[in-house]
Design a binder for this molecule. Sequence first.
Ligand code: ZN
Length: 328
Amino acid sequence: MSYTGPPLDPFDPFGAPRPRRSPLRRGLTVALAVLVPGALVGWLAYTTFGPDGEDDGGSSAGAATGTASAPRWPNPGNGKSGLTAPSGSTPSGSASSGEGSSGAGALVGKVVVIDPGHNPTNIEHTAEINRTVDIGTHSKECDTTGTSTNSGYSEARFTLDVAHRLRTLLQQRGATVKLTQDADRPYGPCVDERARIGNAAHADAVVSIHADGSGAGNRGFHVILPGSVRAGAADTRAIVGPSKDLGKLIAADFAEATGTSPSNYIGGGTGLVTREDLGGLNLSTVPKVFIECGNMRDSKDAALLTSGAWRQKAAQGISEGIVSFLRG
Ligand code: ZN
């Protein structure tokens, strides 16, 4: 089933309340936009639409921030370990195999949990997914439907497809791989359960796969890192560091494998954003990041996201980042 939500609020079809923004923050937004004229249109569109993440209708004030210490694109060094500016060409490695310097058995003994964002049949279970769960810092919806392209290709279908491709690649390296859902349940899991699945698996790394629902013209990917949170059941202090390492590696390899650039509307060109309002991160006790692979509401990004060949490259990039992280 494809989701075709209202275009002005594609990722929050149930009207979850958005946090108010302070005059100070508004002023800061304007100042930043003036400082970066090229980002003005994208930034204003972003502030209108808000980030995706768990598609909860936005972040807490100040929660979504670029990671200032991260290297910026483009990186003329073009080093494997840096955040590399894509050349536009396809990577030299095969997009369909697990070949590479890391070897077939590189991840033997490692556990990776893949969290495909949303669920294709969430839309049939609005009452269930709208009930709130405790994410430590506050309560929020169990789950959301996710966004879709303008032509109706749903984020939930996208995340499952990339998850399957990624699972295959990681298993070829010898990893034990678990999915939080595989369209094998009527809805969800809720965001708190998504985190706890990774915890219970004692995962060495967890990646939650998403695609954003921002305005047309907003393009590119970004990786969401957990902020330092200690509230209620949430305590991310031990995972902030390793999750940042994981996220930076995934961002670099994703850019290289897909030939796409980091987001032009969030993260200040770093492709990295830190958030403290996502249950899937707040409740995780193991290294975990989200990746927003692109913007489904931009026609150029949508052309990539709907391509199976591109999704294979996306999975390859995420896989390579995980391999780099787990091999230390
Ligand atoms: Zn999402």
